[in-house]
Write a protein that binds this ligand. Structure first.
Ligand SMILES: NC(=O)c1ccc[n+]([C@@H]2O[C@H](COP(=O)([O-])OP(=O)(O)OC[C@H]3O[C@@H](n4cnc5c(N)ncnc54)[C@H](O)[C@@H]3O)[C@@H](O)[C@H]2O)c1
Ligand SMILES: [Fe+2]
Length: 385
């Protein structure tokens, strides 16, 4: 067995309506707090939750500042502007309530506040010098698992790419998982973010850095997500299924924290950076094609995945193929686009997309089969239908 590491959020609380007890949890886990920053988005504000939270914080004497303008998949310039906007305030805690876009934004704002460093200075692995302001993360999508990962992803429009800051200092002090907050997710976002969570688990399980801890979380994430994804898409009000998705997506985040994701994510980043295809959709488009490419290197592992997914073919010679077929069926049943042409990608763009993806070596190095430029182009071309 090769050596491995695992680190996760310090304190995790899960339960229906636990987000309504945020003030109490904050004080019992982090101690006295005087000034809190709340970061979110209009879609969450509309639910009334932010008003209830800020009202409750103020009632117990905690000042708070609320920012709701985080863009989906935020850019470096937006985060830099936000950092400048709040630089005069000294917060004791930063609270992120939203999908991966909001959680990643808060993780970055927290380390920018203490490190006097720009995002550019911190892009890469291990380049954050010291801990940030303590963070409390409350996910409202069941997708990224960002609430437990050491990663934060930034869009760099100039480079037409997305890049990551990776540091143990991005892992939060407190996480609250409340499935009630995910009930308002519309079907298309439920599907795309759910496929992202499944991709984290599957890529972690086949990663060159897979290890006993990541395997345990990955297989359980695969079991939870594959048993619930179509149900939440068709009937988003089933709280038990929402609960399984939220737990599964956190497990996916735990798995990837230790093993990393691989070629699906590497090829997805230029699609997000240049064509603004949402992260979950980009991964869903690529997942079956990249797994087909990997097939001869991962067929044993896919047999275990088939068992976790409780596929009828589990235990037979067709198990691996059945996993890939199920992924293809999901993308069809969940109505996830499968044609890059819809987003304006043309044949002439494939070469530069492949060059951009080939630079994401942090993730490509985890892929069980190496990918050359030709291989990457071949995979993108399958999506020009
Ligand atoms: N840090 C990590 O480990 C990690 C891992 C994977 C992806 N990411 C990054 O996370 C970002 C994507 O995050 P995401 O997939 O969660 O999507 P997102 O945060 O961009 O949210 C997608 C949309 O859903 C809306 N939304 C969120 N919660 C809602 C709710 N409960 N009800 C109604 N609408 C809601 C948002 O306002 C937004 O419009 C990307 O930038 C991606 O690269 C980070
Ligand atoms: Fe992802």
């Amino acid at each position: 067995m090769t050596s491995f590491q695992f680190k996760t959020a310090e304190h995790i609380i899960m339960g229906r309506y636990e987000a309504e007890n945020t003030t109490e949890h904050l004080r019992s886990v982090l101690g006295p707090v005087r000034f809190a920053l709340i970061v979110s988005q209009p879609s969450i504000q509309r639910s009334g939750f932010l008003d209830r939270l800020s009202g409750e914080l103020q009632r117990v004497g905690i000042r708070c500042r609320v920012i709701t303008e985080i863009q989906p998949e935020p850019t470096e310039s937006q985060l830099t502007e936000l950092h400048k906007l709040i630089a005069g305030d000294t917060f004791d805690v930063m609270i992120g309530i939203g999908g991966g876009s909001v959680l990643d934004a808060v993780k970055l704002l927290a380390v920018m506040a203490t490190n006097k460093a720009s995002i550019r200075d911190m892009l890469g692995t291990g380049l954050v010098a010291k801990p940030g302001i303590p963070t409390l993360l409350i996910p409202t999508t069941s997708g990224t698992g960002s609430e437990v990962t050491p990663n934060a992803i930034v869009t760099l429009p100039d480079e037409e790419l997305k890049l990551a800051v990776v540091s143990p200092y991005l892992v939060p002090q407190l996480v609250i998982l409340d499935p009630i907050l995910t009930l308002s997710l519309p079907p298309a976002i439920t599907a795309a973010t759910g496929m992202d969570a499944y991709t984290h688990a599957l890529e972690s399980y086949i990663s060159n850095k897979a290890n006993p801890i990541s395997d345990m979380f990955a297989l359980e994430a695969i079991r939870l997500i594959s048993g619930s994804l179509e149900e939440v898409y068709h009937n988003g009000g089933v709280i038990e299924a929402r609960e399984r998705m939220l737990l599964g997506s956190m497990y996916g985040g735990m798995a990837l924290s230790s093993s990393g994701t691989a070629a699906v994510h590497a090829l997805a980043y230029p699609l997000g950076g240049k064509y603004h295809i949402s992260h979950g959709v980009a991964n869903s488009m690529l997942l079956a094609h990249v797994m087909e490419y990997n097939f001869d290197a991962i067929s044993d592992r896919l047999s275990n995945v088939a068992v976790a997914m409780q596929l009828p073919e589990a235990g037979t010679a067709r198990a691996g193929e059945a996993v890939i077929n199920r992924i293809t069926t999901w993308t069809r049943n969940l109505q996830i686009p499968q044609n890059l042409g819809t987003y304006g990608v043309e044949e002439k763009d494939i070469e530069s997309l492949a060059v951009a993806a080939s630079k994401v070596t942090r993730l490509l190095n985890n892929n069980p089969k190496p990918l050359g430029l030709e291989d990457i182009q071949h995979i993108y071309r399958k999506l020009l239908v």
